[in-house]
Design a binder for this molecule. Sequence first.
Ligand code: PLP
Length: 378
Amino acid sequence: MKFSTKAIHAGQEPDPSTGAIMTPIFQTSTYAQTGLGQHKGFEYSRSGNPTRTALEDCIAALENAKYGLAFASGLAAEQGVLSLLKTGDHMVSCDDLYGGTYRIFEKVLGRYQIETSYVAAANVEDYEKAIRPNTKLIWLETPTNPLLRLVDIKAIAEIAHRHNLLLVVDNTFSSPYFQQPLELGADIVLHSTTKYINGHSDVVGGAIALNDEEAYQAIKFYQNAAGGIPGPFDSWLTLRGIKTLAVRMRQHESNAFAVAKFLSEHPRVEKVYYPGLPSHPDHELAKRQMKGFGGMVSFSFKGTQEDINRIVSRLEIITFAESLGGIESLLCHPASMTHGSIPREIREARGLTDTLLRLSVGIEDSEDILLDLQRALD
Ligand SMILES: *Cc1c(COP(=O)(O)O)cnc(C)c1O
């Protein structure tokens, strides 16, 4: 099956007991057993639930993976992957990361003496230089958040495998429609399904997909042992969202292109960050590594922090809010919102300034989005 067909059918078939076309919401905590150890594959919904299984199988299919696991949030999925580490281990990661990922690395793993070294996202050689004898994995986000730099997944996978490390790629920003990290050599791909995968801003969730049987069994064990699972209704909503992933992504991208072009020409805009623009430093890599450039556009403007409130107060269609990847356009101020947990000096050193804004371009009519931006920026 090709991508859109998988998005609609993978892991799902008409319910055998009723013929219902859509996977039912199996809103149950437990399952009848007919004797000692005799059941239909489900015993208790923390360990497994048929609605969740359908979601896990569908996400695995979209990433061309053997296995999928769903979690209660993207960060719960991260914690699942990080359960592969133990005290004294070390990780290498890129310096332009989702704020919550940085927080779990520093404030949670740090307590278990698991250290992370951060390297400039796009500098391939730096990843290898940061490897130590106790390094266990490399963790990437590409495109990065919020500066939308690209990391060469294939090159980093070669480094990781030469040193016997696992490569984890957070694929939230591209969705499997535009980028398939496992095909490029990554070992584990991770999503905040809260974003594009569900795509309707009505669920918080996470998932991973992978081919390695041993890592799968270990993370599945942790999923059940620690219990950060999504409920049946959230699993069902996410499955429903996935069905339109391909058409949504195409529209997000086409609108993002229009926005990037508009912003590039606006006199109050200092710099536009969008991998689809030929002026973007990683444009060639983006063309090679991704099937499309995605729906996220960041930009810095000429002005003060006070101006942000003026811009926000004039917006009528775009909403000022955290998060991304939903059908509606959302504008966010990374320095105070998504990346507020990163200390100012570190943030600014990475180019994440107080006048940087990040736009998750929705699938409204592009003319309306442009008019809204124009009204606010003018
Ligand atoms: C939102 C996000 C996360 C965290 O996911 P939650 O669902 O909010 O827990 C992780 N990585 C990236 C890139 C994100 O955008």
